[in-house]
Write a protein that binds this ligand. Structure first.
Ligand SMILES: *Cc1c(COP(=O)(O)O)cnc(C)c1O
Length: 434
């Protein structure tokens, strides 16, 4: 159990009578979130310059600030402007620099919403947005457009309508609770949502995306964990961006979740001036794995408004992957993705390892720069696939699931399909033929 001198100092500056048990009470933390510049300065014992204060006022009019006392306590005031905690939590004037390529809802989450609280983009899984509030407002939030609106928690009726959609849509086998942060809901409310989802036969997996282990680790209480473990199979993805965030308190929170049998993943965002460094990323992923968290995704920063100062070229992400793949344990390596603007979903990006190939050999290079070959089989008897699994001798015994139809490039590859090309709608050459 840790309570640093800085934390004790901040706690008492908030409330003279505050002690360690207040500090470790997540509701106390939430009641004392830092939302104005004056308190921010007072608690850290610093003075921002005039420009900094002006920027704060202008930026927070559009994108408000909220920082938990705990997350604030991780800021290194001696290197304020380059501190990764500060940069993720304190408003910058640059957030108001909106580029012409920026979009308010780049992922079209609002348009892909067939029912309240639901974003249904992929065939077999949906996002269920159950909370509209967060403990800390990440400056790089992709849903920044919503952070301004009145922290309203979607009501039970809206969530019920979302759940009804899931109930009547049998292809959904995976539900992701997101928000906002689902863990800002009470244990009882969360228990109700999880119970409703669990009562749906076709929902095989429930996932929760939460940043509380990073910004409010005290939220991971024994009673919360007792609720969660009733609803297995349950997976949790959290959002660490920098190794500094893996404090003793954060590690304890992760251990509680892992000990409850919950597989843990991490989604990082590649952020200029925060973690755009192969060595930081390597330290981060290795620390995560040491705490039983599997790095899941590394996101290229979205095109949401107000994030331009956080964006890096895609090459930076490739460079980071280049420094991880082969150099460290395979399960330390996240999948680097660009979430395609317009709702195209996550697209994985990788360095190239396939250099060339012939009819019976591929030429590859490894992480050390060694160029090597893989000899392919001289004869391979492919099993012709007409998508009729019952007549195939590969023994896929499908008990209930329908075989889904093929889509995209997969369709071009399928034996059973006559399609030989995918042509964008409105292709002029094709229009001339008609
Ligand atoms: C990220 C995301 C998912 C989940 O994608 P996975 O690749 O399965 O983690 C589902 N729906 C939406 C809208 C998403 O953005």
């Amino acid at each position: 159990m840790t309570f640093t001198d800085t934390q004790e100092h901040i706690a008492q500056a908030i409330e003279t009578t505050a002690c360690q048990s207040n500090w470790r009470d997540w509701r106390w933390q939430m009641r004392h979130c830092i939302r104005d510049a004056e308190t921010f300065q007072r608690l850290l014992g610093i003075r921002l310059d005039k420009e900094g204060l002006e920027a704060f006022t202008n930026t927070t009019r559009r994108f408000p600030m909220s920082i938990t006392p705990y997350y604030l306590s991780l800021i290194n005031v001696d290197e304020l402007t380059t501190d990764p905690i500060f940069r993720q939590s304190f408003p910058s004037a640059q957030e108001l620099e909106i580029l012409s390529s920026d979009m308010s809802d780049p992922l079209h989450e609002d348009r892909d919403s067939p029912a309240p609280c639901v974003t249904h983009r992929y065939p077999d899984r949906v996002l269920l947005l159950v909370s509209n509030t967060c403990a800390m407002y990440c400056r790089h939030c992709t849903r920044k457009r919503r952070v301004g609106d009145r922290d309203s928690i979607p009501d039970r009726k809206a969530i019920s309508q979302g759940i009804d959609y899931i109930r009547r849509t049998p292809q959904i086998r995976d539900v992701l609770l997101s928000g906002g942060d689902p863990f800002l809901l009470s244990d009882e409310y969360l228990d109700w949502i999880l119970g409703e989802l669990r009562s749906i036969d076709h929902v095989e997996v429930i996932r929760i995306g939460t940043r509380t282990p990073v910004v409010l680790p005290y939220r991971i209480t024994n009673s919360l964990v007792a609720v969660l473990r009733k609803h297995h199979p349950l997976w949790i993805n959290t959002h660490f961006n920098h190794p500094k965030e893996l404090t003793a308190s954060a590690r304890q929170a992760l251990a509680k979740l892992a000990n409850a049998g919950i597989p843990l993943g991490n989604q990082s965002v590649l952020l200029a001036g925060v973690n755009d460094c192969p060595r930081i990323m390597r330290a981060l992923v290795q620390k995560l794995v040491a705490n039983r968290v599997r790095p899941y995704y590394l996101y290229q920063c979205d095109l949401s408004e107000g994030l331009s100062h956080f964006r890096t070229p895609v090459g930076k992400g490739i460079e980071i992957l280049e420094s991880l793949i082969g150099h460290t344990s395979g399960f330390c390596v996240p999948t680097y993705v660009i979430d395609a603007p317009g709702g195209g979903g996550k697209i994985p990006i990788m360095p190239n390892y396939l250099i060339s190939w012939s009819t019976n050999k591929v030429v590859l290079r490894n992480y050390e720069g060694v160029i090597t070959t893989y000899r392919e089989p001289d004869s391979y008897e492919p099993t012709f696939c007409d998508r009729n699994c019952a007549s195939c001798d590969l023994h896929l015994e499908l008990d209930d699931a329908d075989e889904c139809k093929s889509l995209g490039v997969e369709k071009l590859l399928a034996d059973s399909e006559a399609t030989i090309s995918l042509v964008p709608r409105g292709n002029e050459r094709h229009q001339r033929r008609d």
